[in-house]
Design a protein around this ligand. Sequence first.
Ligand code: ZN
Length: 485
Amino acid sequence: MASLWARVQTISDSSTSVLTRNLTTLNEEKTGDTPCTTGENVILWVMTRAIETLRLSQLLPAIRDEFDLVPDIRNVDASGHVHPMSDVLMAGLAMMLVQDPSLLEFQNRLEERRRGNNLRTIFGVSKIPKESQFRRVLDPADPSIIQNAFSACVQRLQKTRLWSEYRVLNGRYPVLFDGFEFFRSNKQGCDHCLEFHHRDGRVDYAHQVLAATLAHPTAKRPIPLMLEEIRREDGTQKQDCEFNAARRLIPNLVKQHCHLDLIFVGDGLYSKVPMVNLIIDTGSSYILVAKPTDHVALEENLASLRLCDGVKRLEFTTDKGKRRVYEWVYDVELNGSSSLVTNWFSIAEFAPSGKIIYRNSWITDLKPCKSNIEELVEVGRHRWQIEDQVFDILKNHGYHLEHRFGHGKQHLAFIFIILNFLAYMLHQLIALSDRLFQAAMEKIGTKHKLWDDIRVLLNHFVWGSWDALLEHILDYRDDTGFESG
Ligand SMILES: [Zn+2]
């Protein structure tokens, strides 16, 4: 332990004052269990307590409660049926959270050496599954019930002051939705693999997912809400597609968050009459990219409106000399063969030289005007967040999104993706709200280095709790908080 302590001591400590301030606040909160009597202080106290529910030590039991509800459809008489479903799911989530595919192996070794392991003390896993058991248990599990863990965490976020930071356009919440592929091979993995036939006779087999993510244009922490697998159904040759997945996902998501005014923000694939009607039917709003090349009839209508000054316009030059031109119209027909009318808006941005640097256009049911056109464009324009801040990070920055954890015959591959997204959500939430984690980030310097340290500490010592581990990194205690008895 002494050498560990010496190593932790050498960790850069360039932000001592910030750290001290955070810990002082934390200590005050820990002892301040009684709310003050004035109204404002009571509200402050309630919000502070709500933020506390977003700490990892609070979120993990909440997720486990959801996992406890996932039915175990294995034959109870089957040999080796000793691991509860929630144990296996929590072990999988731990692996994704720590971003270490060998975590289970390490924890089994710790158990042998120290009669304890971190999967039990931190994640509440009573028995660590072996790799083969792990896959056998997860493959037949119901992905939709596992996903209830997303809303359990989002409901906690909604009770905090952080929730208002995701609000746009008079109290609405923007949901970005987009698809990605996480498996492609020339060998078929399972009966549900999508098939892509090439002209030369080759066939690619793939798995794809549609993801819905809550993301404010200026907030740095997108929160995944729901995933929908794009897959072939049992016993059919019929291919699935992203558009059909959206038809399934949107009503389910609205049902789950029926008290929220959602705006679905999507790319040009979705600016079609059936999708617009579906979103309207759920009582939600939409901001969907409408490329001129995809909407010939709409462009003709806009051209006619321009001739009679029917297009409203706002134009100004920014502090940096960029000229922005916003345009919008109301109740224009989306195509020539449907009675669907929609609102339309666009932006064109020019460099000081006059060269165009950005242009885009969207359709929406919201009513553009001078006071909201900039915000509408911001929301539509930041659809890229789901690609840059979610998919790219999950694929290329430690989450091993495309790592072949296992394919299975039913749902295994998709369940690993769900656990990966849950881990990503937990990372977002604790970075927003877990003061110990934030203080540890301040001390270590970067998220990457902090997780490196956490992995080392988890692989060599048994910790009494997640907080004990962080407090140790923070020089707050010199034991592990684990009573080995
Ligand atoms: Zn497959």
